[in-house]
Design a protein around this ligand. Structure first.
Ligand code: GDP
Ligand code: MG
Length: 161
């Protein structure tokens, strides 16, 4: 179907993916990046950082009051994290299905958590859970100047024309 409307194309969908400290320590960064690359998504931002307690409590604002939050804080601040922004059609929902459920005992093989983890307190990777959540988290973790607009040469082979 040809797009005959004069409206500008909608902004591309983006999501925040982070390899948690266990994923970094276990040498899983490359394997996790590869899954998003090979699915057809485009990397538009990436950095390694030591997460502060302040950043984490903003990021997990809805978890702060949970009894397990101190464990989550100790886990997530225990070592470096790789934070990334990935872009593409339906990337928020598709990444959640690639990552698998929060509890790895419920995760199918073939998902990242289902292939690389066995306990909810060491579940290797974060993915935003909604469009609004993704926008909020991307703004929290990245400055606009560190997100790159670039043309990926394989786009025509992964997206509709
Ligand atoms: P996610 O969006 O699938 O990552 O899950 P949530 O947003 O509900 O929780 C955020 C993170 O908190 C999870 O990925 C887990 O690492 C951690 N978490 C969630 N529930 C528990 C729990 O019951 N115990 C512990 N120790 N950690 C949990
Ligand atoms: Mg979540």
């Amino acid at each position: 179907r040809r797009n005959t409307s004069t409206a500008p194309p909608a902004a591309a969908e983006r999501t925040l993916i982070a390899v948690k400290p266990d994923g970094v320590q276990r040498g899983l960064v490359g394997k996790i990046i590869q899954r998003f690359e090979q699915r057809g998504f485009k990397l538009v931002g990436i950095k390694m950082l030591q997460v502060s307690k302040d950043l984490l409590s903003e990021h997990y604002c809805e978890l702060r009051a949970k009894p397990f939050y101190p464990d989550v804080q100790a886990y997530m601040t225990s070592g470096p994290v790789i934070a990334m922004v990935w872009e593409g059609d339906n990337v928020v929902q598709t990444s959640r299905s690639m990552v698998g459920p929060t509890d790895p005992t419920q995760a199918q093989s073939g998902t990242i958590r289902g292939d690389f983890s066995i306990h909810v307190s060491r579940n290797v990777v974060h993915a935003s859970d909604s469009l609004e959540g993704a926008q909020r988290e991307i703004q929290l973790w990245f400055e606009g100047k560190d997100l790159l607009d670039w043309d990926c040469c394989s786009r025509a082979w992964t997206h509709r024309p």
